[in-house]
Ligand binder design. Structure first.
Ligand SMILES: NC(=O)c1ccc[n+]([C@@H]2O[C@H](COP(=O)([O-])OP(=O)(O)OC[C@H]3O[C@@H](n4cnc5c(N)ncnc54)[C@H](OP(=O)(O)O)[C@@H]3O)[C@@H](O)[C@H]2O)c1
Length: 316
């Protein structure tokens, strides 16, 4: 099913972003890939950017690189945060709340993918669920009061992988103890992230908090470090070859969907945004089909309640 692109043939591009002076964006995982590109483009439009990264040395090198490319006057800082450790996420959230006066958008971008063998985080979750899903849930919940005060946005970077695994949440074996596969685990974490955005929209309406906007998007198939960081040797080989083909796009293009969701006025929150070309891996950015299992309200509601219990935070 094709949806007419509201931004025309070329789709959404960052030329549409106006001057962002006075606005503040918080982004997870900016040391490479789409997060780096998103930070670079926001800074080049005059925004203040707070980066949340696990590795302080890499974060320092990222800031140096951004200053090199854009100039020393950019307003950028790093707050150390490991998405895979709840105590670290909580500490980082409280630091962010002390350091900034507003959050115009929180971009939940950082992730690991295709971890070859099941790994369990300190908090007891399968690593992709722990980092990609539970880490971001806690961050969103703790930053929500300031995002609300700022009439800001929450942007989740999902993946077309949401439709390439179990296609639901395996409540009876969330850590996939019985049948772990790297793909099912990654897919479940990305599906959980996407489902939670639509569930958040429902809950905000019920709570009368509709001034916050929440969007789900994905970067298509972009040439980044994702598989190199956490994937198996075989996956690295396969993705290395894919990167040479027209089935992938530069990391910069992969950042456009999250930048659009963070800055474009009058977007439809109920849509799913990403590249609209071949297999939704490349091409002009806009809204495109999302399979119904990602909007299954019963599953999303059950997941939300379970998540609040798991992370020990009552959100909405
Ligand atoms: N590339 C694609 O084709 C593709 C396709 C579908 C979806 N995505 C999604 O796009 C988003 C960006 O990924 P990317 O492709 O740009 O990959 P990337 O280049 O590997 O960037 C991922 C970022 O996340 C950070 N990160 C990883 N684990 C972390 C943790 N525990 N705590 C804090 N930060 C952590 C990484 O930091 P380190 O430097 O410390 O590792 C890095 O900055 C992800 O949500 C991914 O699922 C990508």
């Amino acid at each position: 099913m094709s949806i007419k692109n509201q931004f025309g043939k070329k789709g959404w591009t960052p030329d549409r972003i106006k001057d962002l002076t006075g606005k503040t964006f918080v982004i997870t995982g900016t040391t490479s890939g789409t997060g780096y590109e998103a930070a670079r483009i926001l800074l080049s439009k005059g925004a203040k950017v707070v980066m949340l990264n696990r590795n302080p040395q890499k974060a320092e090198a990222t800031i140096a690189s951004l200053q090199d490319v854009i100039g020393n006057s950019i307003e950028v800082m790093n707050v150390q945060m490991d998405l895979g450790v709840q105590a670290s996420v909580k500490k980082a959230a409280s630091e962010v709340l002390k350091k900034v006066e507003r959050i115009d958008a929180l971009l939940c971008n950082g992730a690991i993918a295709q971890v070859p063998k099941q790994k369990i985080t300190l908090d007891g979750w399968e690593s992709q669920m722990g980092v990609n899903y539970f880490g971001h849930f806690t961050l969103q919940a703790l930053l929500f009061p300031l995002i609300e005060k700022s009439k800001g946005r929450i942007v989740t970077v999902g993946s077309m992988g949401y439709d390439m695994g179990l296609k639901t949440i395996k409540f009876e074996d969330l850590n996939l103890d019985k049948d772990y596969t790297p793909n099912d685990a990654y897919s479940q974490s990305k599906l959980a992230q996407i489902m939670t955005i639509y569930e958040l929209q429902n809950r905000m309406i019920k709570a009368g908090k509709s001034e916050v906007k929440a969007y789900a998007c994905h970067p298509g198939s972009s040439r980044t470090n994702l598989i190199n960081t956490s994937g198996s040797f075989m996956m690295k080989l396969i993705f290395g070859l894919m990167k040479l083909s027209p089935l992938t796009q530069p990391a910069e293009n992969g950042a456009y969907p999250q930048l659009m969701c963070a800055t474009e006025p009058d977007l439809d929150q109920t849509a799913f945004y990403g590249p609209t070309g071949r297999s939704n891996w490349v091409g002009p950015v806009g809204a495109h089909e999302l399979k119904p299992h990602a909007k299954d309200k019963a599953v999303a509601n059950r997941l939300w309640k379970l998540t609040e219990e798991e992370v020990g935070i009552k959100w909405l």
